[in-house]
Design a protein around this ligand. Structure first.
Ligand code: GLN
Length: 298
C-alpha cells in the first residue's frame, strides 16, 4: 500500500465533494450522485460504509483509482458503464459494451405488460423479449410471473452472454433461454403449436440521422445497433409488427416500448399488421407515451 501523506491526503468526504464540484462544472446532470457512486466503486464501499468512513484519508493508490474513474465520467462515459451494472425493476443487472444501459422509462413496458396480463399472471405463460440486451425486460417479467418461462433474442452474441449471466445471478436461468437472431426471426410461432402469451420489445428506435445529436453518454457509449432504427427510426417496429401474428398465441399480447413522438406511427404499423389496441398507451414518468400494448385481432 502506498504511504499516506497525512498533510495533503484528502478524506473520503473531501474527495467526494471535489469530484462533485468537477462534475458540476462540467455540466453533468447528477454530480453528487455520480461522485458518490464512483468513489464508492473505487474504494469498494457501499453508501453506508462511505458515510461511516467519511473522515478516513485516501491512500495515493485510492486517489489514483478515483482520478481514473473521474476522467472517464468527464469524458461522458455513463456511471452505469463505468461500474458495469445498472438496477432495473429493482434487479441488479450486469452490462457490457453490447448492451444498452437499461433506462427507467423502460420499466413502463413491464408495468403495462403486468397490467394487461391481469389475473393470468400466475399461469405458465410463455414470454419472448425481442432485442433483450442485458435481459432487463425478460428478467423483470420472470421475477414477477412465477410460473412463466421466457426466451430473449438479440443479434449480439455478447449481449446474450450478458443476459444469460444476469439470469443466472438472479436465480432465473431455469426459466430463461436465449437465442441469437433478428427480433423474433428464429422463434417458433403459433403455427408450430405454441405461440407466445406475451411478446415485449424495446427495439432500436432512433432515426439514423438523429444519432449524432444524442447526448454523448448515449451516442458514444450505447451500442449503435441497439439505437439505430433505420432512416425513420421505425424499421424494427415494421419487422416486429409484421411477425407478431406468427409469434403470438391467439390471445397473446405484444407490448412495445416507443421512442418519443412515435405513438401514431407505431399504432398505424400495428393496425396495418391486424393487431388491435389492448388498453391505452401508458406514459412514462416524464409524461411521454412509452408503452403500447396490442393483441391479435381477427
Ligand atoms: N432509450 C434510448 C435513448 O435514450 C434509445 C433506446 C432504443 O432505441 N430502444 O434514446
Amino acid at each position: 500500500m502506498a504511504a499516506i501523506d497525512t498533510d495533503t491526503a484528502l478524506s473520503i468526504a473531501a474527495a467526494r465533494r471535489r469530484l462533485a464540484r468537477q462534475f458540476s462544472h462540467a455540466g453533468l446532470g447528477t454530480p453528487d450522485l455520480d461522485a458518490r457512486i464512483l468513489v464508492g466503486h473505487a474504494l469498494s464501499l457501499d453508501h453506508a460504509a462511505l458515510a461511516a468512513q467519511a473522515d478516513r484519508r485516501l491512500t495515493d493508490e485510492e486517489a489514483d483509482t478515483i482520478a481514473v474513474l473521474a476522467r472517464r465520467r468527464l469524458d461522458r462515459e455513463p456511471v452505469a458503464r463505468i461500474v458495469g451494472a445498472k438496477e432495473f425493476w429493482g434487479l441488479p443487472l450486469a452490462l457490457n459494451a453490447d448492451t444498452l444501459v437499461p433506462r427507467p422509462e423502460t420499466e413502463t413496458v413491464v408495468e403495462t405488460a403486468l397490467a394487461a396480463l391481469g389475473d393470468t399472471r400466475g399461469r405458465a405463460l410463455r414470454i419472448a423479449d425481442l432485442d433483450t440486451g442485458s435481459g432487463a425486460l425478460l428478467l423483470a417479467l420472470l421475477s414477477e410471473l412465477p410460473a412463466a418461462h421466457g426466451v430473449g433474442t438479440d443479434i449480439s452474441v455478447a449481449a446474450l452472454a450478458c443476459a444469460r449471466a444476469n439470469a443466472s445471478a438472479l436465480g432465473l436461468a431455469g426459466r430463461a433461454s436465449f437465442v441469437a437472431c433478428d427480433h423474433g426471426a428464429a422463434l417458433g410461432g403459433a403455427a408450430l403449436g405454441g405461440g407466445f402469451d406475451l411478446v415485449v420489445a424495446n427495439p432500436p428506435y432512433v432515426a439514423s440521422g438523429d444519432i449524432a445529436g444524442l447526448q454523448p453518454e448515449v451516442r458514444d457509449f450505447d451500442p449503435r445497433k441497439a439505437l439505430d432504427g433505420g432512416r425513420d427510426g421505425l424499421a424494427a417496429y415494421r419487422a416486429i409488427a409484421g411477425d407478431a401474428r406468427r409469434l403470438l398465441a391467439p390471445h397473446g399480447l405484444l407490448v412495445l416500448e416507443l421512442g418519443a413522438g412515435q405513438l401514431d406511427a407505431v399504432r398505424s404499423l400495428t393496425a396495418a399488421a391486424r393487431l388491435a389496441p389492448a388498453g391505452a398507451c401508458r406514459n412514462d414518468l416524464a409524461g411521454v407515451p412509452r408503452a403500447l400494448a396490442v393483441t391479435v385481432s381477427t
